[in-house]
Design a binder for this molecule. Structure first.
Ligand SMILES: [Zn+2]
Length: 60
């Protein structure tokens, strides 16, 4: 089990996601500030603010 959640680089809030629920490159929204975040890596989860020019990642 994960001991700590990743945090939003924009508002530094903990984001309660499980590393089994996300894939690298997936984009999620921060529930606190609403910014779009990209999953840079998993185990541990590392998030970065998504750049609007980032290419669309394939779903599945
Ligand atoms: Zn945030």
């Amino acid at each position: 089990m994960a001991e700590r959640f990743p945090f939003c680089p924009a508002c530094e809030s903990d984001i309660e996601i499980d590393d089994l629920d996300v894939d690298r490159g997936e984009r999620i929204g921060c529930p606190e500030c609403g910014v779009t975040l990209t999953v840079l890596r998993v185990s541990p989860i590392e998030l970065d603010i998504a750049d609007e020019e980032v290419r669309e990642w394939r779903d599945n």
